[in-house]
Design a binder for this molecule. Sequence first.
Ligand code: NDP
Length: 285
Amino acid sequence: MAQLIDGKGISAQVKERIRQETAEFVKQTGITPGLAVVIVGNNSASRVYVNNKKKACEAVGFRSEEYALPEETTQQELLDLVDKLNRDEAIHGILVQLPLPKQISEDRVIEAISPDKDVDAFHASNVGKIMQGEYRFLPCTPAGVMELLHASGISPAGKECVVVGRSNIVGKPMAMLLLHENGTVTICHSRTKELAEVTRRAEILVAAVGKAKFITADMVRPGAVVIDVGMNRDENGKLCGDVDFDPVAEVASAITPVPGGVGPMTIAMLMQNTLTAAKAQAECR
Ligand code: NDP
């Protein structure tokens, strides 16, 4: 049976470290890190994520401001709000919860956020820095995965790493972070041929597909480390990952659960980025 990688416990340790660093920063500068979270429309999953982010802000000693805009918000109205937040000195990080309603271009909004306050690390200039390995902000979910690996004493160096999924927010930056830590990285997607043959090569397998229980035991190399980024609902409406947990746990050496794996780490990394942003902006004043 695989070792369980406890994202809940590891994220609690990370948040405690951030809480202590924040208290020290506030003492030295008088500045409280501030995160603005913008949510547009009535997506219930987004609502849950936003509430979790607000709770995490309170736990580490940040100020959080929530802007809940109606579904029919226009692109210009949202861009105006982003512009106001860009200029607000009490706000160090801006997060616009995706997805956005169809009348709004996500790309336009992401590019409007000041790169200095782009705590999701989605802005093209931050993405470019990630490619170069010179991070201003680490992309939250992939950074959370790296923290889980580090905390579990697992190094990607020299290992076969396979990432299933190539989205801009998870798959691609995930592959880049593994590469920067000297993994030999393969990225798979919906057009990959003989997927199981590729995934069976992985010593570290990261699933970011968005399909419930998609990674089955026959796709996993015995002894592999399996990281499940997926957040899906199964046929009974229960939260589950992209990995068929029980059978895969019989084959893997270590595995993350869903819930309680990558999800809490993503939020911890968002807190880390907000503190980093506040420190950098304090230095510029
Ligand atoms: P996307 O839908 O943007 O990307 C999914 C990727 O999976 C695509 O690259 C797609 O390939 C690939 N894919 C789809 N079907 C297959 C297939 N049959 N074989 C191989 N690859 C396939 O999703 P995200 O990256 O945004 O999210 C992935 C999952 O992670 C979701 O469940 C999401 O909810 C979860 N998530 C969890 C977070 C957390 O904090 N734990 C944070 C963000 C996301 P192609 O490009 O060819 O279409």
